[in-house]
Design a protein around this ligand. Structure first.
Ligand SMILES: NC(=O)c1ccc[n+]([C@@H]2O[C@H](COP(=O)([O-])OP(=O)(O)OC[C@H]3O[C@@H](n4cnc5c(N)ncnc54)[C@H](OP(=O)(O)O)[C@@H]3O)[C@@H](O)[C@H]2O)c1
Length: 399
């Protein structure tokens, strides 16, 4: 089968139409024009070859026989005739809104930087473009608990890549179908989440919540606290965020040990964690939520923690068995500082709110001014890589 794809670039919208049986015509409106012919249906790779800056289309054209080139020529002519109709279709509805797009991303500044590509914005606060048929790259708007942001995946038949800006991606997995690539926001939240992990640790070890509560009542509640210097800190999940936590703890004169899924120099495997727990004064959780980590911090895990130890969770709420933690907190044996809980949001009458020795922040690990520039950089880099046919970074599902 001869597959002829013509991209007539004009403005920022695209439309594809199947015009003849056995011939797949792709029309995309930007600012250049070329013809590509190849045998077989377009693959991701051949789609990449149609990028306006790539050499693919030109070389493919040069490789055509005259007959095929003539066919392409007449098709171009025909396309010229249908172009207006397609333009009308693509831009109808409109008030200038793009209704057929190839890259749907969630960051306005990244949108501005990718203006030469067929890109539109969906940050979760505006309506989706009506026509999602051509979307190949979808950046899920930032947000963990809102399934509306993942539901559009089912309406994107040509989708190839789902990109999250979050490091955690457990909330996206139920919406994936076979063949989709999922890339996450690894690195985007390291600085903010690591500084919160340290802030929670310091606040809990220096009893800041007690002082704030007393201050609210006009009481001068002076007293001792354990502090952080000389503490033994165990980081469970020594990935991007775990390493960032260690870097930030470097000046606090603590002794650090590390656990990950697999062993490497300086990092012990999770299979050895039971023997490490009794020695730790602070246990910081920075794993992803996976079938293996769900409930990792159960009754036995907590029982092995030393008396008076602090559990800090910046991973996901379901990594901890909340009921088991509540038992330990209620006896006063353990302390906890939690940025993530199960469930989220934590209902007003949840016993965690009133448990002793617990400090809760409402899943704000990544929510600082550091997010936007890092998210923009990631999205621009990833879309550029995809458009250039280069391997994506941060692929967590897929080839
Ligand atoms: N609180 C927040 O707002 C917030 C913000 C961002 C991220 N997060 C959470 O933080 C998580 C980690 O992010 P990241 O970017 O650091 O991920 P990452 O770079 O992939 O690192 C994850 C680490 O967890 C380890 N791990 C995986 N399964 C494990 C297990 N069963 N036991 C022990 N360790 C295990 C991995 O071990 P290997 O190195 O051996 O694979 C890796 O070291 C995210 O998935 C997300 O849930 C929370």
């Amino acid at each position: 089968m001869i597959s002829i794809s013509t991209w007539v670039m004009r403005g920022n919208s695209s439309a594809r139409r199947r015009l003849f049986t056995g011939q797949r015509i792709a029309v995309n409106y930007c600012s250049h024009q070329f013809v590509r012919a190849s045998s077989g249906p377009p693959t991701h790779t051949s789609d990449r070859a149609r990028t306006p800056t790539g050499a693919g289309p030109a070389s493919a054209h040069c490789g055509l026989g005259r007959a095929a080139a003539d066919t392409a020529g007449s098709l171009l002519e025909l396309l010229g005739q249908v172009q207006d109709a397609l333009t009308t279709t693509a831009l109808s509805s409109s008030k200038g809104m793009i209704v057929a797009v190839r890259y749907l991303i969630s960051h306005p500044d990244a949108l501005a930087e990718l203006g030469d590509l067929d890109v539109a914005l969906y940050d979760g606060t505006h309506p989706l473009p009506e026509n999602l048929d051509d979307v190949e790259f979808y950046a899920v708007p930032y947000g963990i608990v809102d399934p509306r942001f993942c539901e559009p995946i089912a309406r994107m038949p040509r989708l190839k890549v789902v990109q999250t800006v979050t490091a955690g991606y457990d909330h996206v997995l139920p919406y994936l179908r076979p063949g989709l690539i999922l890339a996450n926001g690894r690195g985007v939240h390291d600085a903010a989440t690591a500084e919160l992990a340290v802030a929670l640790t310091l606040a809990a070890r220096r009893r800041l919540p007690d002082f704030v509560r007393a201050g609210g009542e006009g009481r001068w509640a002076s007293g001792w606290s354990t502090g952080l210097a000389d503490a033994r800190v165990l980081i469970v999940g020594y990935g991007s965020i775990g390493a960032a936590i260690e870097r930030r703890l470097a000046g606090f004169e603590v002794e650090i040990s590390r656990v990950a899924r697999s062993a490497r120099p300086g990092v012990r495997p999770v299979s050895e964690i039971a023997e490490m727990l009794p020695r730790a004064d602070v246990v910081v959780l920075a794993t992803p939520l996976t079938p293996e980590t769900e409930g990792l911090v159960n009754k036995d895990f907590l029982a092995r923690m030393a008396d008076g130890a602090l559990l800090v969770n910046v991973s996901r709420g379901r990594v901890v068995d909340t009921d088991a933690l509540l038992v330990e907190l209620s006896t006063g044996r353990l302390h906890a500082a939690l940025d993530v809980t199960e469930p989220e949001p934590l209902p007003a009458d949840h016993p965690l709110w009133s448990a002793p020795n617990v400090l809760i922040s409402p899943h704000v690990g990544g929510l600082t001014a550091a997010l936007a520039p890092r998210a923009r950089r990631l999205l621009v880099d990833q879309v550029r890589r995809y458009a250039a046919g280069e391997p994506l970074a941060n692929v967590v599902v897929g080839p």
